[in-house]
Ligand binder design. Structure first.
Ligand code: HEC
Length: 117
């Protein structure tokens, strides 16, 4: 009987922690998954519609090479640059982003994480 009480208390605590999490309380792996969806779906056709063309910046390669840091990435995603349209508003519209309740910062983080691995 005592054991059951303990189990109940633990279960209730876990449920509470889950509910009180401010926004996206999922794992890094989940964040990466949403990041992939952003990459595949932003602007309807995805970032890859432009970035998978070899003459445009190869985001994943640049990040891994250390030449595209988070600050520069963030600035260009928000402001756009030449042929690169401002993308944050489009990113925030993606269903998995809305569903996960990501903040703008978390959405940028998610796609950056996806491109970093
Ligand atoms: C319509 C085509 C297009 C789409 C869609 C697009 N980009 Fe771009 N992006 C570009 C072009 C072209 C550049 C190069 C701009 C320049 O430097 O003149 C660029 C540059 C960038 C850069 C800067 C790279 C660097 O090292 O200077 C980042 C970061 C970036 N894009 C992220 C994204 C992300 C994230 C998405 C999807 C949410 C996206 N882009 C969607 C065309 C696009």
């Amino acid at each position: 009987m005592e054991k059951m009480k303990k189990t109940l208390i633990i279960t209730a605590t876990i449920a509470l922690i889950g509910l009180s999490a401010p926004s996206f309380a999922a794992s890094e792996a989940d964040l990466e998954k949403v990041g992939k969806k952003i990459y595949d779906r932003a602007f309807g056709r995805g970032c890859g519609a432009c970035h998978d063309i070899t003459t445009n910046p190869q985001l994943s390669k640049l990040i891994k090479a250390g030449t595209l840091d988070k600050a520069k990435f963030t600035k260009i995603v928000i402001e756009g640059k030449n042929g690169m349209p401002a993308a944050l508003k489009e990113m925030m519209k993606i269903k998995p982003v809305v569903k996960a309740g990501l903040s703008e910062e978390e959405a940028i983080d998610a796609v950056y994480k996806f491109l970093s691995k």
